[in-house]
Every structure is written in structure tokens, then in C-alpha cells.
Design a binder for this molecule. Sequence first.
Ligand code: FCB
Length: 482
Amino acid sequence: MTNLTRRQFGKTLAGTAAAAALATSFSRIALAQVPSAKSLQFPTGFLWGCATASYQIEGAANEDGREPSIWDTFSHTPGRTFQGETGDVADDSYHLYKEDVKLLKNLGVTGYRFSVSWSRIFPKGTGKLNEKGLSYYDRVVDELLKNNIAPYITLFHWDLPEALPGGWQSRATSHAFADYAAYVSRRFSDRVSHFFTTNEFVCFTDLGYKSGKFAPGLKLPDAQVNQIRHHAILGHGLAVQAIRATAKSGTQIGLAENATVYVPVIETREHIEAARRATREGNAAFLTAVLEGKYTDAYLERAGANAPKVEAGDMKAIGSPLDFVGLNVYTPEYVRASASPVGYSVERRQASYPRMASDWIYIGPEVIYWAIRNVSDIWKPRALYITENGCSADDVVTADGRIEDTDRVMYLRNHLTHLHRAASEGYPIKGYFLWSLLDNYEWADGYSKRFGVHYVDFKTQKRTPKLSAEWYREVISQNAVE
Ligand code: FCB
């Protein structure tokens, strides 16, 4: 009985003829049957993890045969990143990975999501393999397994090999990605059961090639951007096919996507329906195309003459069935039903809307519930993971060396409460990866934004658990949020 969720409990009770008669003694029964009045218990076997990405933590940019990615080039170009900071050293996890696995172990996580640097494995993107790069990931995987932590590998977290001509502008990159993905998954699928193809399409397409805020820093017109987006989702689809063809059978394949999350402005039927419509249309270029194997009519209409050129077989590959969907969830968009042709409108945020240290992290913890619910209701994935969730905070080290990040704990506690709601309503949410294990290179923001539950002194590489690490360890050990 202790595993009965509040909702199931309510249903069971309502379903019995004796329910009415029992009403007077309800509180006594509830106390006996609901786990603990103060903790929100997660299902047995729920996976708790942390996430990182290669360019953000590894450093060792020029070691053991690794060649530049577009992020090396971008971060070394004056004016592109905060104070010109680069990922040359980052957390030096290339050398300190054993220490980082110890941090994971101390938290008690059962999974670790990390990414592989493509240009460590194939320095030129295709062709000649670099065994030394591969053996680094061998060491990481083995160290994790030794500590009973399941490795979850992301194959592409933005650090595209610089040597690939045109990057994602070229269709050849989609094929190169599939080849690389097949190679890595074949090599590791004896020890790794879950692979994510890509991380956050919009960040390496639109931010890279439209606004130019991320590598490679281009500002291209819409027609080209739409084609780049198409190559990205095609790369994902071809990779799914290639992994299925080569990796050990039973290998679980999905992606990690930061779909825009539309939260109904009020939880009523019409606004819930509006959020659902917005989820499909607002993500038409990416997640919708991947999960439906087609672009929506409205997307193609909006794009008009700038619509991507699609070749025979592309949409089938893009729509390749997935074993799970990973969602990176940070911030909500509030949506209401409207009489507009699309049937919804997105609310403007007031200036006073609260945020965390990064200006893009607006706080709305119900976002995690709606991310899961919208995606599940529309596309019915077999399994879902929260592949990233967390926040930056202006951490301060106290005189006695502590980091009391109560604001991060507030952010996490509230999100996990809403995650619990999704789990207890029966959505197929299997696990949660906190971003991030440790402070790291936050892309164009350099080292100015700290997301870790471990504080990193970037001069000495000393790692110190923050209050949030202590808090997360407690959540994991109880499998519950208080
Ligand atoms: C996500 C990225 C991740 C990290 C967090 C804060 O968009 O996937 O690498 O930068 O944001």
C-alpha cells in the first residue's frame, strides 16, 4: 500500500460502494495508507541523476588527438563569449573524471548523463578514428559502472567538429553524424543501454546560425536557417536508424530536447487545450516533426517559400520510432485560449516576473509537470526522462567555505514537487537528471553563470558540495521530496 499515490488512493476509494460510509473515518484511513503526510514519494526504481556536457566540463582541448570543434573556434574569437572565456580547461574533467564520479557516488545518483566530444573520436568529423579519444570514454564508462552508476550518453551536445565543411548548413553533416553515432553506440552498447542523439535542436541551429549568439556565430536568412533545422532533425533520424542497425539489440534510443513548454494560464479545459495546440505548433520545426514524421501544415504555410527542401525518405528517417523522449526543462511560456486562427495566444511576461541568475530562466515550477503532460497527451511516448533541469544562482562562498544556495534549493524543490505530480498521475516519467553536477563552462556566458550543485574554484579545480548537493542527496536517499 505504501506505493499507492494520492490519486490512485482517491480513485480506489471513490470506486468502492463503501466509500460514502467510510467518509467519516477517512482521515484515519488516509493516515494509514498514504506514505507520509510530509513527503512526496516517487515510484520505486525512479532514476535520479545529474547531467553534464563534454565541452562544458572536459577541458583538455588539444590533448590526445582531439581537434577543434566549432565551440573552440567560436570561444577563441574575440567578443563572442563573456570576457573571451573558453572551454580549454573548463572543469578539467578529462583528468579529474574519477573525482567527478566520486561526487556522483556521494550524491547517490543511479544515472549520469554526459556527452561525447565528436572531435575526440573523429578529429575531422569523419574518416580517421582517434583511439585515444575513445579510450577516455572507456575509462569514464568503466568508472561509472564500477560505482553502480548507469551511463547515459549524449552523442551531440553542440561541439561539432570544425573540420566538417559548412557545419549543419551541409546535408553531409547529417550523414556524418549518423556514422559517428553508429560507431560510438556500437562501441559502448555492451556497457551503455541509453543513448541520446542530439541535445536541444534550437540551440545549435537558431542560436548558432540565426541569432549568432552561439557557435558558429552566423546570422543567416530564414530559408537557410530552416534548411539547417531540417539537417539537424535529419541527422537525429539517420542516427536513430544507424544505431538501431549497429548497436546491441535492446539499446534504448531517444533525444534530449528543450521543447518550448506551454503552461495553461489557468488550469481549465479551454486553456489546457490551448497549451496542447501551442505545444504542437510552437515546436513544429523540431519535436513535432520528430514525433510525427512530418512538418505541420501551419509550419509549412508560415515558412512559405522559405520552407526546407525535403528529399525522399527524409521524413521517414526523422520520424523513426524512439524508445523514450528526454526533455530539458527550465522555463515556462504561459498560454491562453484565444479566438486567433491558431487557437491560442502566448502571454507577455511582466517586468516583475521572477528569474534566476541567467536572464532566460524565468521561475515557474509547474513547467516540469506540463512539459511531461503536454508531450504525453499528444504523442504518447513509451517513456520520458527529464534530461536537464536546474538553475544558475549567484553563489557566494562563506568565510568558513560553505555555499548556502537556498535559492537553488527553492528552485529544485518546487520543480520536483511538480515532477511528483506528473509521476503520481501515471505519466511514464522514468527519471530526472539535474543540471548540473558541477559548475562549468556555460557557453557564451563563460564561467559567469554557475549551475552546479558542486561549487568549482576554477583556479584550483577544487570541488565543494553546495547546500543543494546535500539537499539532492536527501531527496535521492528518501526517493521523495519533502
Ligand atoms: C541547456 C544546455 C546545457 C546548459 C543548460 C544551462 O540549454 O543544454 O548545456 O548550458 O542549458
